[in-house]
Design a binder for this molecule. Structure first.
Ligand code: S3P
Length: 445
């Protein structure tokens, strides 16, 4: 299940200011969840604005392999006919999640509550990522697993519980994937499943479960945490889901406009869930001109358009408790930090080490090979910005879409072009990234 695709390098260079309006594709987190909850509901769920990227399409295929009917009825428009909570059938072949930790871990949770066996697999990047973090609570709930290598890595054969047990689980790291896996398994358990997190992570699973009619509560816990409880064995009612634009994808044109002189762009319909906008908070502290317009609410999630103009940025300190609300945005924040005046220190980045690659190291290397002074100290990253950056380097993307996109954004404002070794993995989350950036005026070749 490794990607046999040839590599596709790309070069970004400074050109005109970015200008115009561009809608980035649908939110990846919401897209995965809409497919999974649609598959667990009884009846037909309609989804509009689904992100049709490799990661999400792999989740769609998995739902089909587990017995749901999943049909594309138009661009971004999908219909899922679900099998009901606990109703998945054993898949005929291994489920391949490609590059996606979210798809794999969430579906592990959903399968753990069903009395079936399924094998989970993925590409070379996903095979390196830790699965023990979800298998530990799922085992407590009654699931069993075998991992050929014995190290909690894919491929993993999971057998769901015949009598799933509700648990109270404290997540050892702030992770929406762990929380969601436990809640999805808890759907099939009698009684109340509770997850306690010391730092609140994105709450799309909770919000969408409520949207589908489940009884779920979320209360503050300690300074920055949450206690989430779900009443098991609901009948999930099919519900329409309109997927807003992904703030983690909007982050790329946003930072590009901030650092490319003269730029002025508008990004409509971006989800403004408070647990996803740590990057915007940080960029504003750095002096970024980001103005919200066209604010509205749709399908349980708030969204807004962002007008973003080139801005003089200054270095700031980013506190560790903000990490869960911007966990995917550090590579592109580091790009903004390189163009700021002064040092930006990003604290508490340990979770970056287990993303699609070791993103902490890859982010530092991306900047270093392009002449930026960077230090990693423990879990902290310091970027010493000088208002401009040399560029001229070749960035290794390590099968990581966000490193590839960050490096290309970087090259739109560096003194010399930036080359990226492989852009293939951008298709996992933002298939037309290059097209959208070019439409705004970005010089990508
Ligand atoms: C996601 C959760 C985050 C994030 C990932 C999407 C989700 O991972 O990095 O891109 O949709 O739940 P963790 O929850 O493991 O931090």
């Amino acid at each position: 299940m490794n990607h046999p695709l040839p590599t596709t390098p790309m070069i970004a260079q400074r050109g005109r200011p970015l200008a115009g309006r561009a809608r980035v594709p649908g939110d990846k987190s919401i897209s995965h969840r809409a497919l999974i909850l649609g598959a667990l509901a009884v009846g037909g769920t309609r989804i509009s604005g689904l992100l049709e990227s490799e990661d999400v399409l792999n989740t769609a295929k998995a739902m089909q392999a587990l017995g749901a009917r999943v049909e594309r009825i138009g661009g971004g428009a999908w219909r899922v006919d679900g099998v009901g909570v606990g109703g998945f059938a054993a898949p005929a072949a291994a489920l391949d999640f490609g590059n996606s930790g979210t798809g794999c871990r969430l579906v592990m949770g959903a399968v753990a509550g069903c009395p079936i066996a399924a094998t989970f697999d993925g590409d070379a990047s996903l095979r390196k990522r830790p699965m023990g973090r979800v298998l530990a609570p799922l085992t407590q709930m009654g699931a069993h697993f075998t991992d050929a290598a014995g190290n909690g890595r894919l491929p993993i054969a999971l057998t769901g519980a015949s009598d799933p047990m509700p648990i109270l689980y404290r997540t050892p790291v702030p992770s929406a994937q762990i929380k969601s896996a436990v809640l999805l398994a808890g759907l099939a358990a009698p009684g109340v499943t509770t997850v306690i997190e010391t730092e609140a992570s994105r709450d799309h699973t909770e919000l969408m479960l409520a949207h589908f009619g489940a009884e779920v509560t979320s209360e503050p816990e300690g300074g920055h945490g949450r206690r989430i409880s779900l009443v098991g064995q609901p009948e999930l009612a099919p519900s329409a889901v309109a997927v807003p634009a992904d703030p983690s994808s909007a982050a790329f044109p946003m930072v590009a406009a901030l650092v490319a002189p003269g730029s002025d762009i508008f990004l409509p319909d971006v989800m403004t869930n408070p647990l996803r906008i740590g990057l915007i908070t940080t960029l504003r502290e750095m002096g970024a001109s980001i103005v919200e317009e066209e604010v509205r609410q749709d399908g349980g999630e708030a969204m807004a358009g962002y007008r973003v103009r080139h801005s003089a940025l200054r270095g700031v300190e980013v506190p560790p408790h903000r990490a869960p609300s911007m966990i995917d945005e550090y590579p592109v924040l580091a790009v903004a930090a390189a163009f700021a005046e002064g040092t930006t220190v990003m604290r508490g980045l340990h979770e970056l080490r287990v993303k699609e690659c070791d993103r902490l190291a890859a982010t530092a290397d991306m900047l270093r090979v392009n002449g930026v002074d960077v230090e990693i100290s423990g879990d902290d990253l310091a970027v010493h910005g000088r208002g401009h950056a040399a560029g001229g380097g070749l960035v290794a993307t390590h099968m990581d879409h966000r490193i590839a996109m960050s490096a290309l954004v970087f090259g739109l404002a560096t003194d010399r072009p930036v080359k990226v070794d492989d852009t293939t993995f951008i298709a996992t989350s933002f298939p037309d990234f290059a097209g959208l950036m070019r439409e705004l005026g970005g010089d990508l070749q």
